[in-house]
Design a protein around this ligand. Structure first.
Ligand code: MN
Length: 217
């Protein structure tokens, strides 16, 4: 079949140690997955995982700076473990990413009972590192997440403090959507979220495994 319009090019992330690229399909996110972050956001209940999604064009490849988005005065960082889904509901690998959020728009939407769409979905809202194949790792509980802004540590958390671990998240999510190879899942952020300004240098990492840096322009 020929297509009426050219097929859109997909965003491709590098895979560590491989010449293959990881072609990004859908991007799913979990909200409120760390107890301390739930408390700082003013909620304190264990509930089923809260899912939302981002368009795949929101993904920003390593080595790319990010324009400060329009319509916000409170751009927030949220460092997160990102799961790269493989075939047949497997975990292919992982990376580290930031769920950039226009917090003022989100707070307004929450207060008005409206969707989070505008607060989470904008160009540049999902920077992600290279993908590390999972290899023989079986779980992520020993992983730490760090985020620094201009060299100062702002977030430091342990994946051990997740309410829903990656395997559980995939099971729950697969009950709602057709999970496919190429999907990315942002697994939630530990406490310490805060504001970014133009000119900030952001470095995120899972220490000793993967790091990503970018500038807000
Ligand atoms: Mn998040």
């Amino acid at each position: 079949m020929t297509f009426q319009f050219p097929k859109p090019e997909s965003i491709t992330l590098p895979i560590q140690g491989s010449d293959n690229g990881f072609s990004v399909n859908h991007v799913y996110c979990v909200g409120r997955n760390y107890k301390a972050h739930i408390r700082e956001m003013g909620v304190d209940v264990k509930e089923p995982p809260l899912f939302f999604s981002k368009p795949n064009w929101a993904v920003v490849k390593p080595g790319t700076d990010i324009d400060y988005p329009a319509d916000t005065k409170n751009l927030n960082y949220e460092v997160e473990l990102v799961i790269a889904v493989g075939e047949n509901m497997s975990i292919f690998g992982f990376g580290v990413g930031v769920d950039l959020t226009r917090r003022d728009l989100q707070t307004k939407a929450k207060n008005e009972g409206k969707p989070w769409f505008r607060s989470k979905c904008f160009a540049g809202s999902a920077p992600v590192s290279e993908i590390i194949p999972i290899g023989d790792r079986t779980d992520f509980s020993g992983f730490n997440l760090t985020l620094t802004v201009n060299g100062k540590v702002k977030q430091m958390g342990s994946c051990n403090d997740m309410i829903w671990n990656p395997g559980e998240i995939m099971c729950e999510l697969a009950g709602e959507v057709p999970l496919q190879a190429g999907d990315l899942i942002f697994t939630g952020t530990p406490e310490g979220v805060g504001k970014l300004e133009k000119g900030d240098d952001v470095v995120i990492s899972i220490p000793e495994l993967v790091e990503l840096s970018f500038k807000i322009c």
